[in-house]
Write a protein that binds this ligand. Structure first.
Ligand code: NAP
Length: 486
């Protein structure tokens, strides 16, 4: 007898969309997607700061099953990616499955099923829960003394407020990751004055982020879908080279690192400014920043780079450790995310009352990025150790979703009622990851959001082939399958 599993997917971003479409294609009919936001798209819904552009080429930043022939640019702007994701949702008829404005506040395993509750009090019973809650979701904003006394406007890039005026104002941008560099480049031309507070400089590799995709190319790819698919596959081969560069030391890594140093030398001729912009760690150690406009923006007459630490915010500006007060009307926090929260602060309770905070007391961990001991019939997509810095994310999400669907298909035939990864298999996987992280460039002596509070690097040090093989099929020896007495 075949049973119809009730599946709840939490999140309608890239990983939630990939999961829902995969489940749909495998024939599962009872799928509900709970999305906290007012629209689909995940990070591309929440982030709408000026200058938002994806620094991964569009050809690689899309679903393999839904390649878009008509990207406007080689590096697509954020709103276009958001439209693409909404379009995929419509084309695959996901809308009726999605409950927007539905934040999951509580999910608990009740012996044989999950009970999921949203902030508005709605409750869902599920045989499987898929947490597709994203990595870069919870903004991190430092608690600087005096911030509450500031008389101007304050905004975090990840929660941009369109009503905040930027033109003609004195703007402080704090933070110099991928976001800070993009927002500085975008705000500088119209600001009265822009002060960039850079606690630790980052390597910024020069790249032509504005490069358009000619309309004729889009027309050809639209008419010849096979060519478009071949282009996607070619992009995946190119991405393999990048994975190799970040995971294994080689002359290829050194060449890219030399290019990063050259990007700085060639664009910043003033030795004093260059010294202040030179990081004290190897290029590629942090998530690499790409820009063709940041250094130009820094050289503009209305821009100042401030390297001194921020001591306090005053009612009218920002005071640094040298005692200087920088008068500003608007503070933009480009200070990143609490990247290791995953589904938290949701109250997630697994078997025998185990909470996710207890399970992850030493930092987030999961077997092959997706299964958690103590949490039967629950899987994560783009969960702990996902390849955020090395393998195309949409592909990782698709592969993980297929793996989860394979488990659910076995539940459907009545082979088991609950499936739970063993603690031993999870520990073994963790040990393999830790050993493989040794020679990665992320482990060459920098701090970054890749590090958990416990000091582990929350990334996948394997290449795409290894990721695909580890998620190719369920490995029964690593799981406990239980059947309830019926
Ligand atoms: P981030 O890389 O974590 O950078 C945060 C910045 O804020 C760092 O420069 C950090 O300095 C600074 N900062 C934090 N607290 C501070 C404080 N109290 N005082 C002064 N500076 C402080 O965050 P992000 O730039 O938002 O990027 C996060 C990730 O999002 C990226 O790495 C990337 O994966 C993704 N992203 C992607 C794109 C894209 O185009 N695809 C665009 C934007 C973001 P320290 O280094 O000293 O800590």
């Amino acid at each position: 007898m075949r049973r119809e599993p009730r599946i709840v997917v939490i999140g309608a971003g890239v990983s939630g969309i990939a999961s829902a479409i995969t489940l749909q294609r495998k024939g599962f009919r009872n799928v509900t997607i709970l999305e906290k936001g007012a629209d689909v798209g995940g990070v591309w819904h929440w982030n709408r700061y000026p200058g938002l552009t994806c620094d991964v080429p569009s050809q690689l930043y899309q679903f393999g099953f839904a390649p878009n022939p008509k990207w406007s640019a080689v590096f697509a702007p954020g709103p276009e990616i958001q439209r693409y994701l909404a379009d995929v949702v419509d084309r695959y008829h996901l809308r009726p499955l999605i409950r927007l404005n539905s934040e999951v506040v509580d999910a608990r395993f009740a012996g044989s099923e999950w009970r999921v509750r949203t902030g508005d009090g709605a409750e869902y019973a599920a045989d499987f829960v898929i947490a597709a809650t994203g990595v870069l979701h919870h903004p991190a904003q430092p608690d600087i003394p005096g911030l509450d006394q500031f008389e101007g406007d304050i905004v975090h890039t990840a929660r941009w407020d369109d009503s905040v005026r930027t033109a003609g104002r004195r703007i402080a941008v704090i933070g110099t990751g991928s976001t800070g560099v993009q927002v500085v480049s975008a705000l500088q031309p119209e600001a009265e004055r822009l002060t960039h507070f850079v606690r630790s400089p980052q390597w910024v590799i020069w790249a032509p982020m504005w490069l358009p995709q000619p309309a004729a190319v889009g027309a050809v790819l639209d008419r010849l879908p096979d060519v478009n698919k071949a282009l996607y596959r070619a992009g995946m081969i190119g991405a393999k080279l990048f994975t190799d560069i970040v995971t294994r030391p080689s002359w290829r890594r050194r060449a890219v690192q030399e290019y990063a140093r050259l990007s700085l030398r060639a664009q910043v001729r003033d030795p004093e400014l260059r010294a202040r912009l030179t990081p004290d760690y190897e290029p590629l150690c942090k998530r690499q920043v790409l820009s063709g406009s940041y250094y130009r923006a820094l050289h503009a007459r209305n821009t100042e780079l401030v390297s001194e630490g921020i001591e306090a915010v005053t009612p009218t500006g920002v005071r640094t450790s040298d005692g200087r007060e920088h008068a500003v009307d608007l503070i933009v926090f480009a200070t990143g995310f609490q990247a290791h929260n995953y589904m938290r602060p949701m109250n997630l309770i697994g078997r025998d009352g185990l909470s996710i905070d207890e399970a992850w007391a030493k930092g987030p961990r999961a077997y092959r990025m997706t299964a958690l001991p103590g949490f039967p019939n629950l899987f994560t997509v783009l969960g702990p150790n996902s390849p955020t810095g090395s393998i195309p994310l949409h592909h990782a999400a698709e592969i993980t979703a297929r793996y989860i669907a394979a488990w659910i298909a076995r539940w459907q035939t009545g082979e088991f009622d609950t499936v739970e990864v063993t603690a031993a298999a999870t520990e073994r996987f963790e040990a393999e990851v830790t050993a493989a992280l040794g020679p990665t460039v992320w482990n060459t002596g920098c701090n970054s959001w890749y590090f958990t509070e416990g000091g582990a690097i929350d990334l996948l040090p394997f290449d795409r082939a290894r990721m695909e093989s580890m998620l190719a099929a369920p490995d029964d020896d690593d799981f406990t399958l239980r059947t309830s007495a019926r």
